[in-house]
Design a protein. Structure first.
Length: 420
């Protein structure tokens, strides 16, 4: 059937983490499955500071099962009669797993918080502090992951892989969560930067994929068939943004530019951030064998404080890199990004050109401006432990480790499992 909008979906436009090279490619993976059960994937936030014990903000640690941070905040807001934006949190956590993280709310007594009885949310502790928790107010995350259905002798290969990642650093790819369930968030952002609004809307509302099901699949099929009114009605409550965009598209005589402007601002920002992340991943892929080696012209990252500086003489700075004080960085393209020189600049420009993008498009108007920045190509992997065990679900290999904020445990398990 002919598509209603744009051109045929190209897989080259969509991030596919399976195609990214492994850092430990010479060590066989163990296969296996993660996140089969919520208790198989445990995340515990490590706060940047402890609550002081006094103040108008109540800090409370929650343990949530099978809920994203946004979903948990929604439940808490209804239970306490507060607006969702009144709650503070340091990081966003995936729905799949068991997560312990700190939440804050002002002018609610700790006793009221402690008395909450909510499905899939348990309050573990309460305290008080003088300010709201903000995004980034954490020093890292500790993970306890059970991998099931692994190959024989999995612990030996896993130990070898983790030893490499501890010694040389964990490759700092953005994980698949960054690109959405359908994997096309970056493609949507790229289409808008290229002024291909027909394509962006087609990806947003149509192009039925294998992961689509239920009402969402029906809505996308209707859009692809050109029935905008029926598609708008088919979207479920959780896809109100999609339904609104579809209605505006119908009311505006299929003006895809106007429809795009109806997309929620935070979602538009998410699509552009996904594009930044995809380009960053491609830079890492091009330097996969040397993420712990500096070259002249690099922008180096100081792990102590996140500051960056230009590398004029790599031979002088490499000992600090060997000591894991600093690391080479990759681009988060945008107007405030610190520019490299030499070979590094050539690599990064080639990645941008390969996406058919120019700097003026990255810094274009209409809310599409990206501040940009630098991100280390590797990060430290600490507190590593391995053990084999068995529970009522069967045998497993348990892997525990700590990562800095913004790094993905699924990238570590990808190195371990190597599903291909």
């Amino acid at each position: 059937m002919r598509r209603a909008y744009g051109y045929t979906r190209r897989m080259s436009d969509i991030i596919a983490t399976q195609t990214l090279p492994h850092f430990t490619a010479d060590i066989p993976g163990i296969s296996g499955v993660i996140k089969r059960y919520d208790e198989d994937f445990v995340v515990e936030e490590l706060p940047r500071y402890e609550a002081c014990g006094q103040g108008t903000h109540t800090y409370f640690c929650i343990e949530k099962h099978g809920l994203s941070t946004h979903a948990a905040i929604g439940i808490l807001s209804k239970a306490l009669g507060k607006r969702e934006r009144d709650f503070g949190y340091a990081g966003l956590k995936d729905a799949h797993g068991l997560t312990r993280q700190m939440i804050s709310i002002e002018h609610v007594a700790p006793s009221i918080i402690a008395a909450l009885e909510l499905r899939r949310i348990k309050v573990l502790s309460t305290s008080q502090h003088t300010n709201k928790i903000k995004l980034g107010h954490l020093r890292g995350n500790h993970f306890i992951i059970r991998i099931r259905d692994v190959k024989p002798h999995a612990i030996e290969n896993t130990r070898l892989i983790m030893e490499v990642l501890q010694r040389r650093g964990m490759v700092n790819y953005f994980g698949p969560q960054r690109f959405g369930v359908r994997g096309d968030n970056a493609a949507i952002g790229r289409a808008v930067l290229l002024d291909h609004y027909d394509e962006a809307i087609a990806l947003l509302l149509g192009r039925t994929a294998r992961v689509d099901s239920g009402a969402a699949r029906e809505a996308r099929d209707l859009f692809d068939a050109g029935d905008l009114e029926a598609s708008a009605k088919a979207w479920e409550h959780g896809f109100r943004d999609n339904a609104r965009v579809c209605r505006i598209l119908a009311e505006s005589d299929r003006n895809t530019h106007k429809a795009w402007r109806a997309v929620n601002h935070s979602m538009r920002k998410l699509y552009f951030s996904a594009l930044q992340s995809e380009l960053f991943n491609q830079v890492i892929a091009s330097r996969i064998h040397s993420i712990d080696k500096l070259v002249d012209g690099d922008v180096a990252w100081k792990h102590k404080n996140g500051a960056c500086f230009g590398v004029e003489d790599a031979t002088v700075e490499q000992p600090r890199c060997d000591a894991f004080e600093i690391s080479p960085t990759g681009p988060l393209f945008g107007k405030k990004m610190k520019e490299p020189t030499g070979t590094t600049a050539t690599i990064e420009e080639s990645i941008l050109a390969g996406a058919n993008l120019r700097r003026d498009q990255i810094n274009s108007p209409e809310g599409k401006k990206l501040d940009g920045g630098r991100r280390p190509l590797r990060v430290p992997l600490t507190d590593v432990s391995l053990e084999e065990g068995q529970d009522h679900h069967g045998p497993y290999l348990q892997v525990s480790f700590t990562l800095p904020p913004g790094s993905y445990a699924t990238v570590v398990t990808r190195e371990i499992c190597k599903h291909g």
